[in-house]
Ligand binder design. Structure first.
Ligand code: NAG
Ligand code: NAG
Length: 313
């Protein structure tokens, strides 16, 4: 009986993923679509949620290839090209920024382990003020959004003057320095003019653990396309602040390609970046144990969607 339920939940989940991949392909021929915007870590809740233990056991068989392991140190960006999806035809072109070539890259040579540790402490301090009831919390230093219970509060309004005891000018300088380096690295890797790329929102710290989701905001594991989830994104980067297999288990990043699932194992200080179109459908595995910290830093080609670097109010 239980096995049967698991089986059907599993089937509906795989069917939904398959539809998603097909939709990604269909999109290459069809016109642009716009998805929901905001702090959704996910696109849409899938119909049924699966038996957690069963899913973990089955997970590894779904991995076709590990692109970069936690224990490796990749000093120069390791680049994996993928053909750009057709959807770019539907977007306005910005010379020097709009992807001409698409792909993914991973590097450990841009942010040091020490910087990652400082940013992780910053995330721990900020997130300790709130936190989701479910297993996934975010903190956005630009807008001030912080997960709290089943919703978000504005950290700057909610804590006003107290916030100066939690964050310092130095924290924001570090964020700026790291963001700038990531931007230059993306520009060099994709052959762009970094002055034609702009930080865009949302840019946020995330903290994930194995506690069950309480709202759809906690469901970070669904496959999604960033350009569709967050309309302004052209390049997405993830800076990991903790180590896969050491600080947490599960929680690997997975590119879901039609011919296989390719993972990046998080490593503190590792930056993984990619063009945000449907050529890079991805998801994050559920965290099984421990706590996973990361920062999402994203760039747009459209100056109208540019945001300023976060500052201490
Ligand atoms: C996960 O984090 C939440 C805070 O968001 C905490 O209440 C919970 O105890 C944590 N769960 C585990 C398994 O560590
Ligand atoms: C990729 O992973 C999904 C979900 O984890 C799975 O349904 C699918 O079969 C996998 N694809 C391949 C080619 O292994």
């Amino acid at each position: 009986m239980a096995a049967q339920r698991r089986g059907s939940a599993r089937n509906s989940e795989s069917a939904a993923i398959e539809r998603k991949i097909k939709r990604g392909h269909a999109q290459r021929q069809a016109s642009a679509w716009s998805g929901p915007r905001g702090y959704l870590l996910v696109l849409m809740p899938l119909a049924a949620c699966c038996s957690v233990g069963w899913l973990y056991l089955s997970m590894d068989s779904d991995i076709t290839e590990t692109l970069v392991r936690q224990g490796e140190i990749v000093l120069q960006p390791r680049i994996f090209r993928v053909p750009c999806s057709e959807d770019y035809k539907n977007y306005k072109r910005y010379p020097g920024c709009t992807p001409q070539t698409c792909g993914r890259a991973v590097t450990d040579g841009v942010v040091t382990r020490e910087e990652a540790q400082m940013l992780r402490r910053l995330a721990e301090r900020g997130l300790s003020l709130g936190g989701s009831d479910g297993g996934a919390s975010i903190m956005d230093l630009h807008s001030g959004a912080l997960s709290m219970g089943k919703q978000f509060v504005n950290i700057y309004r909610y804590f006003s003057e107290q916030i100066k005891e939690v964050f310092s000018e130095e924290d924001f300088r570090l964020y700026w320095a790291v963001r700038s380096r990531i931007q230059r690295t993306i520009a060099e890797t994709f052959g762009l003019d970094s002055t034609h790329m702009y930080l865009t929102k949302p840019t946020f710290f995330s903290r994930m653990n194995s506690t069950a989701a309480k709202t759809t905001h906690d469901e970070y594991w669904h496959p999604h396309i960033d350009k569709e989830t967050y309309g302004s994104f052209d390049y997405t980067s993830l800076l990991y602040l903790s180590d896969y297999g050491v600080d947490f288990g599960g929680g690997r990043f997975i590119f879901m390609d039609a011919d296989g699932n390719r993972t990046v194992e998080p490593r503190a200080g590792r930056v993984s970046f990619f063009s945000s179109g449907s050529e890079n459908l991805h998801r994050v595995e559920k965290v099984e144990w421990g706590t996973r910290y990361a920062i999402t830093v994203s760039f747009t080609c459209d100056p109208a969607h540019a945001i300023d670097d976060p500052t201490l109010p």
